[in-house]
Each structure stands twice: as C-alpha cells, then as structure tokens.
Ligand binder design. Structure first.
Ligand code: HSE
Length: 310
C-alpha cells in the first residue's frame, strides 16, 4: 500500500528582531504525519496522537489537513482518497510553532504522496493559509523555517518573498517552556499599533547589524544588535519568569535571549555548548526551587526543514 511519512520541525518565530518576518527551525521536536490510501474520495483524518484530544478532526479546521486540502484543490485533485495520521510531538500554545509544523507536514507530505509536483518553495502559500486559518493573522515566520529549514526572512505579505539567511555559527539553542499557555491572539492583542521614531531607528539599526553579521560572521556584532526594543517589552509581563530567566541567560554569556514566537517559550542562543548546558541546569534548578514546572531542552539549528522519514 502506498504510504508516505514526513517530519516537520518546531521553529522560533520572530527570533527577537524580526516580528512576523524572521524564523528559525529547530532540530527537535517536530510533528510527524503519515499519509496512506483512503477508501473514499478526499482527505480523512484517521487519527491524531499526542494532542490530548484538543485538535479537530474536521479537515477544514486542522492545519495539517487544511494545507493538504488546499494543495489538492490547487492541483485539481481534490478527489484523491487519503487518510492522515498526525503525531503531535509538541503542545499547542507554547510558542514552538506547533500549528505551523502541522501545516507544513500536511502540505509537504501530500506533495510527496503525489510524487512531488511542486517544489518546497511553491508549497509555502498553502501552509501559510492553514496557519492563518488557525491564528487569524497572516505571517510565515514559523511556516517558512519549518518547511525550508535554517533562518528565514519572509515578508508577511501575499508575495511571501523570502530569503534563506546564512547561519555562520554552530549555535546551541536552549528552549525553556514554562508550563502555561498563551494564545497567539492574546499575545498579539497586547501590542500597540504605533512605535516612536527613536525605537524605530534603534530597532532598524539592530536588524541591519545582525543581518550584516550573518554575512560577515562577526558574532560580537550579532550579539550587540540582537535585541528587541519593540515587541518583547510589551509581551514580557505575560511570562512571569521572563526577567529572572533572562538574568540567568546573561550570567552564562548568551548570544541572545527572547520570547519564542508569541510565547510563553523562551529561547537563548549560545556559541559554547558548555554555557548552554550550564544555563539549562541553572534554569531547571530555578523552576524547581520556585516549585514551578518547565520543560527545557537544547537543540541545534535544523538546516533541512521538512523531510520524508518513510
Ligand atoms: N510572529 C508571531 C507572533 C508568531 O509573534 O505573534 C506566533 O505565531
């Protein structure tokens, strides 16, 4: 029987300096999707594992099936009979790009199932549409890195014009997920619609400095510019441990620290693996001594993005 199994990784949206237009793919975790031949025309979600019953099996309400459905429609093949089994490997509302990973798995898996009629890049709009269906906003800062891998600049506009940026350092990324949920819609609702001129200039400088550093490989320039003056200060209060964890990251000489996507996950970048491990164990002790729960793990950058695993 025809069968395709794919993996689509978690990702960090915004990456501090690129609200809605910059994303970074992680090696792990990631969603897995299996597609097999169905018994009737169209898509059926056979099973969803690992979501605690929270996700809809309605094809038009689930990002994996919605993205696959939009691709089939585009190709004029809506009648292709398929069954999907989605294995969620990350919780929703954590800031790890969970809905985006499922959307990418859906569209990438379906394209593989059909013998790859479209290139990876051509799949981007279908996954973005699915992400928009889930959180109401049009941005591809999770979908693009999950699909394409690495660090991606992508315009949050219809063109979805994007550039896969170089990543000249072997960074260790420490992810901290404090056990709480923040809805993307809530985290977006706290943001002011205007910014002042001084902040605009400083943030523009930070973006230029970091982008240049990615091409020159100057890590100190990158560290110096990797600061978000606009979005992070408006959202930090949503995450009670944000500033304490930042102190620990700074003591361990992180390259940068910020909120992953809409939160509540927090990421810190390190060029020394030893520092990443020290930070991780200090953060774990912090949560333990405050009788709070958090999941912490270290990942490298995922340069491949979505891939076929069977
Ligand atoms: N760029 C988005 C945000 C990512 O920060 O709201 C979350 O989906």
């Amino acid at each position: 029987m025809k069968k395709v199994k794919v993996f689509a990784p978690a990702s960090i949206g915004n990456v501090a300096i690129g609200f809605d237009f910059l994303g970074l793919a992680l090696e792990q975790p990631g969603d897995e999707l299996t597609i097999t031949e169905g018994d009737k025309p169209g898509i059926v979600i056979q099973e969803i594992i690992g979501d605690n019953g929270k996700l809809s099996k309605d094809v038009l309400k689930n990002t994996a099936s919605f993205a696959a459905h939009r691709l089939l429609q585009h190709l004029g093949q809506s009648e292709v009979p398929v069954k999907l089994t989605l294995h969620k490997k990350m919780a929703m509302g954590t800031g790890l790009g969970s809905s985006a990973a499922s959307a990418v798995a859906g569209v990438y898996g379906m394209n593989e199932y059909l013998g790859s009629p479209l290139s990876k890049k051509e799949l981007l709009p279908f996954a973005v549409e699915a992400e928009q269906m889930a959180d109401g906003a049009f941005h591809a800062d999770n979908v693009a890195p999950s699909l394409l891998g690495g660090l991606v600049f992508v315009r949050p506009e219809k063109s979805l014009n994007h550039i896969c940026l170089p990543m000249p350092w072997d960074l260790s990324i420490v992810m901290v997920f404090p056990h709480m949920q923040i809805l993307t819609s809530e985290s977006r609702a706290v943001l002011k619609k205007e910014i002042d001129l001084k902040s605009f200039i400083t943030q523009g400088c930070n973006i230029m400095q970091c982008t240049s550093a990615l091409y020159t490989g100057d890590l100190e320039q990158f560290r110096d510019g990797f600061k978000d003056l606009i979005i992070e200060p408006q959202r930090a209060h949503l995450i009670p441990d944000f500033y304490d964890i930042r102190d620990i990251a700074e003591k361990n000489e992180c390259i940068g620290y910020s909120i992953s996507g809409a939160g509540p996950s927090l990421f810190a970048l390190f060029d020394q693996e030893e520092s990443a491990k020290n930070y991780l164990s200090q953060v774990e002790s912090y949560f333990e001594s405050n009788q709070k729960k958090a999941d912490c793990f270290i990942s490298k950058v995922n340069n491949q993005g979505a891939k076929r695993i069977d």
